[in-house]
Write a new protein. Sequence first.
Length: 239
Amino acid sequence: MKKSPPLPTDRQIPLSKFWSKAFFIETLLNGLILVLPMIIILFLLSLIFKFVFNLVSPISSLLDKNADEHNFLINILALLILIVLIFMIGLAIRSARSFKTFKSFEDRYLLRIPLYSTLQETIAQFTGLKKMPFSQVVLVDAYNTGVLLTGFITEKACDGIYTVFVPTAPNPMNGNIYHVPVRQIRFLDIESEKAMRTIMGLGTGSSVLFSARVKTEEVEELDEVKKFPIANDTNPEVE
C-alpha cells in the first residue's frame, strides 16, 4: 500500500519563507492530502443521493400532487433508501464466499484506482473499524527471558506474529522494533497516553501497567489485511 507523504512537523518557519511560492504550494498540497479523501467521499455520496432522489421523486409526487413541500419527504425517503442499500451491501459481503469475491474484485480493479487505498484507510480509522497504530499497549517478553518491555502494537505481521515498537526512555520518539510471537505478548487494557507517561518518566508510575486488565484475545483490528467493508473480516461468517 502506498504511504501518503509525511505531514510537516511543528518546526518554526522563517518569516521570509512564509510568503514564498514554494512554501505556499507545499502547504497547499499538504492540506489537499488531508481534505481530498473526504471531498471525494462527500462528492460520491451526493451523486448517489441525487440518483436515489430522482428515483423516488415520482412516488412522492403521487402522494401529494398539489404541494411543493413534498421535497422534504423525498429527501427523507432517499436518505433511508441509501442507508438501507449501504447496509444490505455490507450485510451481503459478510459471508465467506461474498467476501472472497469482493477481495478478488478489489485486488484486480479497485486497488488500481488512485487514492482508493487512502480513502479505505481513512474511512476505516475514522469510523473505528480499524485501530490506529500505537493504540494497543503491550508488555512484551522480546527475548523470552521473563524481562518485560513496554511497547505498542504497530501491526499484525502474520498469523501469530505481531510487530511491536518499544520506545526508549525518556525520549519515546526513538526505539526498537520487534517481531514477536503472540505467546510472548501481554495485551493491556490501558490508554496509550498512560503508558507513554511511564516511558517519559523513566519508569515512574509503571504500576498502572501491571494493574491493568490483561486482554486474552488478540487485536485483530490491527491486521494489515485491507478490510474496510467489514468490521471483522478475519473471520467472516460462513454461509
